[in-house]
Design a protein around this ligand. Structure first.
Ligand SMILES: *Cc1c(COP(=O)(O)O)cnc(C)c1O
Length: 447
């Protein structure tokens, strides 16, 4: 049952055990933050933790902290915590580098595996080399750019699907025999649409291909079961739902069946089996530790640990499944309230309504004559303290890729009442034409 009136929202919030988790954060008063999918909010513990790392670990204990404060193991320690959120085991994840760099590592390794004699011997001998990386056109650009570089370096082809619904049929068709890697982002950054990670992984494997999953909009947002799905590689972001802070390190997971057997291409000294032997020859560390490259950014990793801890704080309340249930309740409520807006305001929900096909965000478009107003509408909402963001459409195909007003829902700190109020603000901004104010037209470098 969806509460459409504010009093019901207040009552449901008062009875919500997850409400206690709001205390994990310091949010400015009067802000309804619907952008945790882009930059998670500041956890209450982060400033004190960083102060301690700076003043005591660095300031007082100096270089000894690499040993005494466990700095050198921080990528693994934070990785183990992230693993609990994405259905991976201990020792299977490291927090390191950026999502883009981690994608470069795992996509290269996936292609190396597919080209390896052992992998090819397991297939029909007449199979031609698998040269295709399959992804979707609306994948996040950095993922496509990294794949383009790799494709150029090693004579592969990046093939893009326009409609993600076509992927299972492509995998099952003759094209399947050309595929090396299926590279997808589980939850689409524009539309909030969620793929069926387990089913597509199984379909890719049946076609003889490997899978690389980008969990940028999944980790901390939806329950993920990488081991259960038998996925091959995954990467994801630390600064979105993991609340790690701007530019937080990313993470990388490799299925244990591959982690030890292949070298990742960015073979830096801290991914070496014995960095302090200062050997001239590279010898990869065991397992996922080889996916660390250079010296870990201790301040950023410490902040990321605080962010991940805010999600682990939900474990006594039911963990990711409980957070998912609340996330769906919040997005259902937002969708129902938007649906109830007067038709002449022309607001349309782009995100799928089926729970299984939805991440933790809801994307809207505005119909003509307001279609171009999306950016200004978001700015007007921000001026009212309702923070979402805007993603421009594709000018060549605004029908298929319209301008998007994007709202992320983080169940750790959002209430139903805030969702209710956010839609009331949206209605007022449109009803009163407030967005037409010229101060809402100026574009910053980051939208
Ligand atoms: C946010 C996001 C990224 C960001 O990559 P960086 O290397 O951290 O800049 C990559 N891929 C997807 C799908 C994202 O949503």
């Amino acid at each position: 049952m969806i509460a459409l009136d504010r009093a019901q929202c207040l009552a449901l919030d008062a009875a919500d055990p997850l409400r206690a988790l709001t205390d994990e954060f310091d949010l400015p008063d009067g802000v309804i933050y619907l952008d945790g999918n882009s930059l998670g909010v500041l956890p209450r513990g982060t400033a004190a933790r960083l102060q301690d790392v700076i003043a005591r670990e660095w300031g007082t204990d100096l270089i000894g902290s690499w040993n005494t404060a466990g700095w050198v193991d921080l990528p693994q320690r934070v990785g183990d915590k992230i693993a609990r959120l994405i259905g991976a085991g201990p020792g299977q994840v490291v927090a390191a580098d950026s999502t883009s760099l981690n994608l470069y590592k795992v996509l290269t390794v996936a292609l190396d595996i597919v080209e390896s004699t052992a992998y090819r011997d397991a297939e029909q001998p007449q199979d031609a080399p698998r040269r295709v990386i399959l992804s979707e056109r609306s994948n996040f650009p950095t993922d496509l750019y990294i794949a383009q570089s790799i494709a150029a370096q090693r004579d592969c082809e990046l093939r893009l699907v326009d409609n993600p619904a076509d992927i299972p049929a492509i995998l099952a068709s003759d094209e399947g025999a050309e595929l090396a890697v299926l590279m997808l982002t589980e939850v689409n950054y524009r539309t909030g649409e969620r793929h069926d990670l387990a089913a597509l992984t199984a379909a890719a494997h049946a076609a003889g291909a490997l899978t690389v999953w980008d969990l940028a909009h999944s980790a901390g947002a939806v329950p993920v079961d990488l081991v259960g799905a038998e996925a091959d590689f995954a990467i994801g972001c630390g600064y979105k739902y993991l609340n790690g802070g701007p530019g937080a390190p990313a993470f990388v997971w490799v299925h244990p069946r591959y982690a030890d057997r292949f070298r990742q291409p960015l073979s830096g000294w801290l991914g070496h089996a014995d960095p302090f032997a200062f050997d001239t020859a590279y010898e990869p560390a065991e397992g996922i530790s080889r996916y660390v490259c250079g010296t870990p950014p201790i301040l950023s990793l410490s902040a990321l640990e605080c962010g991940v801890d805010t999600l682990l704080a939900a474990e006594p309340f039911g963990g990711m499944p409980a957070l998912r249930a609340k996330s769906l309740e919040l997005t259902d409520l937002f969708i129902a309230l938007v649906d109830a807006l007067p038709a002449e305001l022309g607001v349309t929900v782009v995100t799928p309504r089926e729970h299984a096909r939805r991440g933790s965000q809801v994307s809207l478009t505005l119909a003509a004559p307001r279609h171009e107003a999306g950016y200004a509408v978001v700015q007007a909402l921000i001026a009212r303290g309702v923070i979402g963001d805007f993603r421009a459409g594709d000018p060549r195909d605004l029908e298929g890729h319209p301008h998007i007003l994007r709202f992320g829902f983080t169940p750790l700190y959002l209430s139903r009442t805030q969702v209710f109020d956010a839609v009331a603000h949206l209605r007022e901004v449109l009803d009163t034409d407030e967005w037409r104010d010229e101060r809402f037209a100026a574009r910053g470098a980051v939208t």
